[in-house]
Design a protein around this ligand. Structure first.
Ligand code: HEC
Length: 160
């Protein structure tokens, strides 16, 4: 019993929402994503299904136009900087997004080769989204995947 309690405390420590999370800002970022990115990027899909689609079915199963928001969320957090200091990490991921959204180039990709090969380079979003809006979208994307109860998609990170 004591071990279970300890385990729960540790899990809670690892998976609890960080102080940096701000629901208002997340929702604002989500709205911008829906207006400016959703045409091409589906917000979130089951990872197993995505893997099957890209690695076994050559994107013929889902016919996606671009990687999904939750894939981007995962790759952003794991390919850029370190999650140790979330405040600083958010700035690092925002810098990547600012650069990629204005000057996209697949040679800078953070995505898996087996995923990205299905797509042409994203058209530049310069003039379509401001730097401030990118910071909000970054906030949304950062917290989209992998934090319990942030949104309708993730409630049990232990299954991840
Ligand atoms: C017209 C379609 C389109 C729109 C609109 C669009 N994207 Fe993309 N995006 C793509 C495609 C296609 C790719 C995959 C090819 C690539 O990475 O350049 C992509 C890739 C990306 C990547 C991964 C880059 C990499 O390869 O590592 C990010 C991050 C991204 N988009 C963010 C956004 C955000 C945020 C918005 C909204 C502000 C947005 N995109 C709007 C089509 C689009």
């Amino acid at each position: 019993m004591r071990i279970l309690t300890l385990l729960l405390i540790i899990l809670n420590f690892i998976y609890a929402l960080p102080d940096e999370f701000d629901k208002q800002r997340y929702l604002q970022g989500e709205e911008i994503f829906e207006q400016k990115c959703n045409n091409c990027h589906v917000k979130s899909m089951d990872i197993q299904l995505l893997m099957k689609n890209f690695f076994e079915e050559n994107n013929k199963l889902l016919n996606l136009k671009a990687p999904t928001g939750n894939e981007i969320s995962y790759r952003l957090k794991h390919q850029i900087g370190s999650m140790e200091d979330i405040g600083f990490h958010l700035e690092e991921t925002a810098d990547f997004l600012k650069d990629y959204l204005y000057y996209p180039d697949k040679s800078k990709t953070i995505c898996l080769e087996g995923v990205i090969k299905h797509f042409d380079t994203m058209p530049s979003q310069k003039g379509k989204i401001s730097l401030e809006e990118i910071e909000d979208v970054n906030f949304f994307l950062y917290f989209l995947e992998g934090f319990n109860d942030v949104n309708e998609f993730y409630h049990d990170e232990t299954k991840f």
